[in-house]
Ligand binder design. Structure first.
Ligand code: FES
Length: 104
């Protein structure tokens, strides 16, 4: 999958099925994803913007994620997700997300 930085630089990362978008980024050292709570849905520092063409395949947010997205450092948009809540499945092979300017 691909992580795009705010300046346009991108990192392609090999991730495994079952990884989250957050854990794959942390394992690969992708900058811009802090993930203070390591997936506990309590920090909102794993915010990403999902590329529009992938939004439908990524699926719906749970209400808890929706609430946490109100606490992101950079305001959330309709493309915003918490990367710890996106689990990689075959349909998401090639997923593209952009990390925000800041997380905290
Ligand atoms: S890692 Fe904390 S909410 Fe995703």
């Amino acid at each position: 999958m691909t992580y795009i930085q705010p300046d346009g630089a991108s990192s392609e990362v090999e991730a495994s099925r079952g990884d989250s978008v957050m854990s794959a980024a942390i394992a690969a050292g992708v900058p811009g994803i802090v993930a203070d709570c390591r997936g506990g849905l309590t920090c909102a520092t794993c915010h990403v913007f999902v590329d529009e063409e992938w939004l439908e395949r990524v699926g719906e947010k749970e209400p808890e994620e929706e609430e946490m997205l109100e606490l992101t450092a950079v305001p959330a948009t309709e493309c915003s997700r918490l990367s710890c809540q996106i689990v990689l499945v075959d349909e998401l092979d090639g997923l593209v997300v952009t990390v925000p300017e800041e997380q905290e």
